[in-house]
Design a protein around this ligand. Structure first.
Ligand code: 3PG
Length: 399
């Protein structure tokens, strides 16, 4: 695929699709970390002789994290050390006039692309070009740079539409992630272990099915909220966990355990909050009054042994609520087991990247990716629409 040196971008209006989708604190509505915004800034800096129109999505319709990108523009301005203009619009007259009046070296961030209905749907490229989003905007752009690696698995118009019509190349993050992952996957060997934690239960259920079905997860070590869903499916806990569509998730977990009976490891013990202190209890002693924030020491030992004897270890989502020092033991111990293993190690997402930095072991992990779902698809050997778009343009140029 082409990169930004391969296209004549000086003085041109470039549409740069990044992924600045960031966890949002539900109580304040504020950005919780800046990892992806920082990664996006690298390509923006390298496009400093162009007029750059940045597009990103944020959150999903109906969720707390479905917000405007105004805060992202401020954060990006601070990181770049120069003003990033913000359009509280996507393809209306205000955005269009802001795009057309950009000067060389200026950066304009459009508002959350998912505020348009079309950006929440997937299309083949030849249909994506007919969307209003692409039709309204593409004539205002000279080229497209795709750098949204965490969204590489989504065939949304901003990913597959502009790139079908305009000269298109990869940004720095896409190049960096692909280079690292391709090198890693050439040496990755079995057994493959996946450590699953965090709070995004339905996404992780989908991911785990894809990984197991594609022989990229021989063992799955369950932690976090998703572990509770499997514990309930295994009838080890009997009460409501408090998740939306809980029964559907529990049924899905039960089906996965029955389809792949020797794959899943469930916690034997957990850490709960006891008047502000960590208290470890056996899973059998849990009741609906207990708030679980981490895995317990027995589980940590068991999981660490499996990690150390694995050929490839992939962690997605933190094992515990490590932001609170009382509940960081599970996350720190399992990350340390990965860091000291002889296997190939891959860690996904901004939360875990922050944890690795906090524990001072980031450089001991083979690859820390910005991506979640896209990484799972990549590891499972699936084709990704964003990569296809880049390869297709390169092929067009060759021909
Ligand atoms: C992610 O965080 O995985 C990407 O930004 C894609 O988000 P999505 O799963 O809501 O499409």
């Amino acid at each position: 695929m082409l990169t930004i040196e391969d296209l004549p971008l000086d003085g041109k209006i470039v549409f740069l699709r990044v992924d600045m989708n960031t966890p949002i604190d539900p109580s304040t509505g504020k950005l919780m970390e800046l990892n992806r915004i920082q990664e996006a800034s690298v390509t923006i800096r390298d496009l400093n002789k162009s007029k750059v129109v940045v597009g990103s999505h944020q959150g999903r319709v109906g969720r707390d994290d479905y917000i405007s990108l105004a805060q992202h523009a401020e954060a990006l301005s601070k990181i770049l050390g120069k003003k990033v203009k913000f359009a509280d619009d996507i393809f209306g007259p205000t955005a269009i006039s802001q795009i057309d009046s950009l000067s060389k070296g200026e950066v304009l961030l459009l508002d959350n692309l998912r505020f348009t209905a079309e950006e929440n749907m997937e299309f083949p490229p030849e249909v994506a070009v007919k969307t209003i989003l692409v039709q309204k905007l593409y004539r205002h752009f000279d080229a497209c740079v795709l750098d949204a690696f965490p969204t590489a698995h989504r065939a949304h118009p901003s990913i597959v539409g502009f790139s079908y019509l305009l000269p298109t190349c990869a940004g720095r993050l896409v190049s960096k992630e692909l280079k690292a992952l391709k090198n890693i996957m050439t040496v990755a060997k079995a057994p493959f272990t996946t450590v699953l934690g965090g709070a995004k239960v339905s996404d992780r259920l989908e991911a785990i099915d894809t990984l197991i079905a594609n022989k990229r997860a021989d063992r799955v070590l369950l932690c976090g909220l998703i572990a509770n869903v499997f514990l309930k499916a295994a009838r080890k806990i009997e009460y409501d966990i408090g998740l939306d569509s809980e029964q559907k998730l529990v049924d899905r977990a039960a089906a996965l355990m029955s389809d792949y009976p020797d794959t899943f490891e469930l916690p034997q013990d957990v850490a709960i909050d006891n008047n502000g202190e960590r208290k470890e209890i056996l899973v059998n002693d849990l009741n609906n009054q207990n708030k679980v924030y981490d895995i317990g020491s027995k589980t940590i030992d068991h999981y660490s042994r499996i990690i150390r004897s694995s050929g490839t270890i992939f962690m997605s989502g933190p094992p515990g609520f490590f932001e609170n020092p009382n509940f960081g033991l599970g996350t720190e111990s399992l990350l340390r087991a990965m860091a000291s293993s002889f296997g190939t190690t891959i860690v996904s997402g901004g939360h875990l990247s922050a944890a690795l930095e906090r524990f001072g072991i980031k450089e001991w992990i083979d690859h820390v990716s910005t991506a979640g779902g896209a990484l799972v698809m990549f590891l499972a050997g699936k084709r990704l629409p964003l990569i296809d778009a880049l390869e297709n343009y390169e092929m067009k140029v060759r021909k």
